[in-house]
Design a protein around this ligand. Structure first.
Ligand code: HEM
Length: 434
């Protein structure tokens, strides 16, 4: 495929592109290239990186037309063009039904259950050291499975277990930046396929049982919404979509892990979150809730997602030949952009390296232009953003209020920019305060 003419960046080196340099230091590599080359640069013959918020926004807005999100080998069960089209249509149909994540009212009424499960889990460790990231990922997998599939009281535990195994295999695969062909019989590829098949078959049975219920019923969870707009789409498309949704539990899991680390590092912020503890205790007793009831914790979460965006790197496939900022892009190429770097760019933020939740408490947005994208933007922005904001605000407020948190290896827990940005290896102790 011909490279776009005139685009700055590496001219292909013999047998290599920038992959090696990138693999040595992903975050540093992007920052350096952007500084030296500019806001658009070529990473390899088929990949372009953009860093300017307006250009990123153009890509977001032109998704579903010039650009596509689906396209990777493991983004869905079907990799045929036809299958991808159906999945895209299924998602967009659910969005047309008004689904912007799980509705606020459903989130609110389930707040007490959510906190009960979190508290039981953390108390169960009885002050012993906890591996924070896997614990939180697993917790959110169960919380999401409940919210997306279990609104009618079905037991979704075994589906959540299968999802957890599938998510772990998937993350191991995605942490590698190599594109592995799906037919290659490598253990990791086989593991991804096997765990996904297991989760799929449990899910298919769950969906079939739900489809057998009367049609005119109120939507209590995401499955109800997808079933309602199921219409001409295959059941499998619904199932694939659901699998994808619950796999996203790793993202709130990563965000809470960052919160645990950050709260322990900054007792001044911890005290301000604790000052809102009374609200979260009332939620646990059944009071309904919106994130705005906890203004400081909400600001804290915004800052956390700025400095440590779990989806730190996003991308689009070029669906049809087009241009971006005057450069030609060809079908099949990829455009990548980094929320991490955008959120720390001094052109759009004051003192971007400072972790300061207070920047979110003023009347005005604390950034210029469109420089804040933890949940993406445009027609394919995050499906679960409302749910995540609700869950994360509650979880952070509860952990701060109910526990003394001691992080055991803050310096050693590395900022790992794999498929997600995570504090890999973080360990902490939680001691009940009352
Ligand atoms: C801290 C939590 C989360 C973060 C930071 C996050 C971030 C994102 C981002 C940045 C995107 C857009 C990716 C892109 O444009 O390429 C996205 C898409 C998506 N998110 Fe989330 N997400 C979170 C939680 C969730 C949860 C809990 C769910 C499930 C309910 C979810 C479901 C989805 C889905 C289904 C998409 C794809 C939407 C589409 O293709 O139309 N996310 N998320």
């Amino acid at each position: 495929m011909a490279a776009p003419k005139g685009m700055p960046g590496s001219v292909q080196r013999l047998l290599a592109d920038d992959t090696y340099d990138y693999e040595c230091d992903r975050l540093g590599f992007i920052a350096r290239r952007q500084r030296i080359v500019g806001d658009v640069f070529r990473f390899s013959t088929s990949t372009v990186v953009v860093s300017h918020p307006e250009l990123i926004h153009h890509v977001f807005l032109r998704t579903n037309t010039d650009f596509r999100t689906e396209g990777g080998l493991f983004s869905g069960i079907r990799t045929t063009r036809d299958g991808q089209e159906r999945i895209t249509e299924s998602i967009m149909a659910a969005r047309r039904k008004g689904w912007r994540g799980v509705s606020r009212s459903v989130c609110a009424t389930r707040g007490a259950d959510f906190l009960d499960v979190l508290d039981t889990l953390i108390r169960g460790f009885s002050g012993r050291p906890v591996e924070v990231l896997p614990t939180m990922k697993k917790f959110f997998t169960f919380a999401l499975a409940d919210q997306c599939l279990g609104g009618r009281g079905e037991n979704v535990t075994s589906i959540a277990e299968a999802y957890d195994a599938s998510a772990n295999a998937n993350l191991r695969l995605m942490n590698s930046s190599l594109s592995l062909p799906s037919w290659l019989p490598l253990p990791i590829v086989l593991q991804v396929k096997k765990t996904r098949r297991q989760a799929m078959s449990l899910l298919e049975r769950h969906v079939a049982a739900r489809l057998a219920l009367p049609v005119d019923r109120p939507a209590l969870d995401l499955l109800d919404v997808l079933v309602a707009c199921h219409g001409p789409f295959l059941d499998t498309a619904v199932v694939v979509r659901l699998l994808d949704v619950v796999l996203r539990a790793s993202q709130p899991g990563a965000a809470v892990a960052w919160a645990v680390r950050q709260l322990a590092l900054r007792p001044d912020h911890l005290e301000k979150v604790r000052a809102e503890g009374i609200v979260v205790r009332e939620v646990r007793r059944g009071r309904s809730f919106e994130a705005s009831d906890l203004p400081y914790t909400t600001a804290y979460l915004n800052e956390l997602l700025r400095v440590y965006p779990p989806t730190w790197l996003m991308g689009r496939w070029v669906h049809r030949d087009t241009t971006l900022s005057g450069f030609d892009l060809h079908r099949g190429e990829q455009v990548m952009f980094s929320a991490y770097h955008l959120h720390r760019d001094p052109r759009w933020w004051d003192n971007p390296d400072e972790f300061r939740p207070e920047r979110w408490l003023g009347q005005d947005r604390p950034y210029a232009g469109r420089a804040y994208i933890p949940f993406g933007a445009g027609p394919r922005h995050c499906f679960g953003n409302q749910l995540s904001i609700t869950h994360l605000t509650l979880a952070i407020a509860w952990l701060a209020d109910a526990y003394d948190i001691e992080v055991l290896n803050s310096a050693a827990a590395r900022e790992v920019p794999g498929a997600l940005l995570t504090p890999r290896g973080l360990k902490a102790r939680f001691r009940p305060r009352r």
